[in-house]
Design a binder for this molecule. Structure first.
Ligand SMILES: O=C(O)[C@H](O)[C@@H](O)[C@@H](O)[C@H](O)CO
Ligand SMILES: [Mg+2]
Length: 383
């Protein structure tokens, strides 16, 4: 079998799909994207396709090494997202050729179902109580929200009080009938992270995510020393080689590699195993579409330390497109009571893509950009 063509479709809300065709008619799908830089990743995918088109899709490990080591400069969000999407499509093809779900090709399931969580609130966390109630009605009991708005390097006690009040209100309304993570989204600097984790400690959030930016990862052990709240991070780290030092330094309790940013299934299975060796939980990051989510779930089903799966149904970014829009076999991604995902029965990634809708929506798609925030003094604020 030979790979004959790679096509990319940028589509709302802010996603990109990759279609990989072969000379025997088997097609694989991937979801390479960096949110807000889709066209850059698209260019990278087509550059990398020079190494992939004409090759045997069965040789995933060699193609991965060629895409990663074949360039003198390597790693980073763009290249590793491009590799991720190509890798996902290669696994999809392999599963379809061997008529088996990807998790079977990775040694079979360690669990019968996978717990997922959903987002509530928006960029500026609001209405979280009402949204939690609404999602609880659909069976969810685990949530994530932004932990704060803009926060200066030395933030105000008013901003800290707002973050704490929101969490206190959640615990007041729901007690421990629900769990929730707080995503600081890299908005907080090290000095304020210590203040916030101390003030939030009494409310026991399930985890605090990106308490500081990934480029400040050396602070994770110091922040962890100030709190018993598990620290989560990983969406802005892109390979084993980045996660290696984070795991060695300690402080991280939950690793959140993104299957569409960190090199795909081939790389994230290895990252999951590294985390297990350090007794660190796996909770893949996934604010994206159905192929990304399916790729996460196949890794979850074979990783003993997989604990929670993010999924983007109802997330505040999904304007103009939802996870199931592009899926023909929607029951494959139906989350059962309690927000659990069940194992795929179909071959490959298990998703049948609605290519006609994809083509239609890719004709006129806006270039999504994340907001550019500024502090009151006019300086750029982390979004
Ligand atoms: O945890 C999450 O889902 C992420 O922090 C998410 O909000 C970002 O990755 C966003 O997709 C960037 O455009
Ligand atoms: Mg996050």
């Amino acid at each position: 079998m030979k790979i004959t063509k790679i096509t990319t479709y940028r589509a709302p809300p802010r996603w990109m799909f990759l279609k990989m065709e072969t000379d025997e008619g088997v097609v694989g799908w991937g979801e390479p994207v960096v949110e807000g830089r889709a066209r850059t990743v698209e260019a990278a995918v087509h550059e990398l396709s020079e190494y992939v088109v004409g090759k045997d899709p069965a040789r995933i490990n060699d193609l991965w090494q060629v895409m990663y080591r074949g360039g003198f400069y390597r790693g980073g969000a763009v290249f590793m997202s491009a590799i991720a999407g190509i890798d996902q499509a290669l696994w999809d093809i392999k599963g379809k050729v061997l008529n088996a779900p990807v998790y079977e090709l990775l040694g079979g399931r360690v669990r019968d179902r996978m717990k997922t969580y959903c987002w509530v609130g928006g960029d500026r966390p609001a209405d979280v109580i009402a949204q939690i109630r609404e999602r609880m009605a659909h069976g969810f009991d685990t949530f994530k929200m932004n932990g704060c708005e803009e926060m200066g390097i030395i933030g105000s006690s008013k901003a800290v009080d707002a973050a704490v009040a929101r969490v206190a209100e959640i615990r007041e309304a729901f007690g421990n009938t629900i769990e929730f993570g707080l995503d600081f989204h890299g908005r907080v600097s090290a000095p304020m992270a210590k203040v916030l984790v101390k003030e939030l400690e009494p409310f026991r959030p399930l985890f605090i995510e990106e308490p500081v930016l990934a480029e400040q990862a050396e602070y994770y052990p110091r922040i962890a020393a100030h709190t018993s709240i598990p620290i989560a991070a990983g969406e802005r780290m892109y390979s084993r080689f980045e996660f290696k030092s984070v795991l060695e330094r300690g402080g991280i309790s939950i690793l959140q590699p993104d299957l569409s940013h960190a090199g795909g299934i081939t790389e994230c299975v290895k990252i999951a195993a590294m985390a297990e060796a350090y007794d660190v939980a796996l909770a893949p990051h996934c604010p994206l579409g159905p192929i990304a989510l399916a790729s996460c779930l196949h890794v979850d089903f074979v990783s003993w330390n997989a604990t929670l799966q993010e999924q983007s149904i109802g997330i505040h970014y999904n304007k103009g497109g939802e996870v199931l829009d592009y899926v023909l076999n929607k029951d494959a991604l139906t989350l059962d009571d309690g927000g659990y995902a069940l194992p795929f029965s179909g071959p490959g990634l298990g998703i049948e893509v609605n290519e006609a809708l994809l083509i239609e929506r890719s004709r006129d798609v806006a270039d999504w950009r994340n907001p550019l925030w500024r502090h009151p003094d006019g300086s750029v604020a982390e979004w």
